[in-house]
Design a protein around this ligand. Structure first.
Ligand code: LMR
Length: 339
């Protein structure tokens, strides 16, 4: 074997080794797959936020991250999504804040009726210390909060006109699985029925429940109108989300990639939270152009709803913590000093 042949051999072996090395590196470098599951339609604040997150992550972290979105409870629904997250079968969710009771009862602060006057007040609370602390309150369950995403203020819908609290008496309302919301409807003399979001339309069609509470965007995109001819603009509570991930999964992501993802989440959060109010206004507009009777309350009527629902606060003060309730009241400037 002459030396030049030997040289060529070495080169070939070396190249093959390099290729197989590259193969190993590629395998290790296989894109991180982030499954993002949610329960709402895509034309809602959360649905749009999920799509924007996918777009930015796949643009800026091309080859490193892929995001799979599963809307409309198509992968997991209310009943099993948080367990699936903890088991790392899905990596990002954005459940409503009313759905974390099993893991952090303090989050029920967001369900207290008439605590926040509007979404700006909710936003202020979420950005301040107490609100931010709640993002890390589920670490021991392997759940990390990444951000708050807005949907909006809740309205009531029913088979009959709800002008005064007494009108709700005797009706069954579909609710999210929150003890506070349960007590809120019990206080009205109504029957709260906990149902997954995905089962609600059917329950309304079957007459199992006669009413719901939700944001304009959910009321509209879930197509409740044919079975909920009356909707009352109460703005009595908030329906917002916590974007959550599996803690172990998140902190195993290489630092540079994770930092980029966190930057993207910040950007998407800003976009979602800026657009949410407009999306709800647009959905309200659509409903008002259809057959739905939209009921606006007088100041006096709204006060009556407030008086009927607000006793629930006292009931949950020890569970949620009076310091947190107080902090929320403080940032709700219009309401500050009322209690
Ligand atoms: C509901 O169950 O009504 C909401 O939490 C659905 C959602 O995610 O907006």
């Amino acid at each position: 074997m002459n030396t030049s042949h030997l040289g060529r051999c070495r080169l070939v072996v070396g190249f093959a080794a390099l290729l197989s090395f590259a193969g190993v590196v590629l395998a290790d470098d296989a894109p991180i797959v982030i499954k993002f599951s949610h329960v709402v339609a895509e034309d809602t604040p959360k649905g749009q936020g999920a799509l924007l997150f996918k777009k930015l992550a796949e643009e800026r972290l091309a080859g490193k991250v892929t995001v799979e979105i599963y809307p409309n409870s198509s992968l997991y629904g209310d009943a099993d999504e948080l367990q699936a997250l903890r088991d790392d079968n899905v990596q990002i969710l954005a459940p409503s804040l009313a759905k974390f009771g099993e893991y952090n009862q303090q989050l029920q602060i967001f369900d207290l009726p008439f605590l926040f006057d509007d979404l700006d007040a909710v936003n202020r609370f979420q950005q301040r210390a107490k609100g931010r602390q709640l993002l890390t309150g589920m670490q021991k369950h392997n759940i990390t909060g990444l951000a708050y995403w807005h949907n909006g203020m809740k309205q009531l819908s029913a088979t009959k006109a709800l002008n005064n609290p007494a009108d709700a008496k005797g009706l069954a309302f579909r609710i999210q699985p929150s003890p506070v919301i349960e007590s809120q409807f019990t206080a009205l003399g109504a029957t709260p029925v906990k149902l997954p979001f995905a089962a609600t339309l059917q329950a309304l069609q079957d007459g199992k429940v006669q009413g719901t509470e939700n944001t304009w965007s959910n009321l509209y995109s879930q197509k409740y109108a044919p079975v909920q001819p009356y909707m009352t603009e109460t703005n009595h509570g908030v329906l917002d989300y916590m974007l959550v991930t599996n803690t172990k999964f998140w902190y195993a992501i290489p630092h540079a990639t994770r930092t980029e993802l966190e930057g993207i989440i910040e950007e998407v959060t800003f976009a979602v939270n800026n657009a949410a109010e407009q999306q709800n206004i647009a959905a309200r507009q659509q409903l008002s152009q259809g057959k739905t009777h939209l009921i606006s309350l007088t100041e006096q009527e709204r006060s009556a709803w407030r008086a009927a629902m607000q006793p629930v606060w006292k009931q949950y003060e020890s569970v949620i913590g009076s310091d947190i309730i107080h902090a929320a009241e403080q940032v709700n400037r219009k309401n500050a000093g009322k209690q």
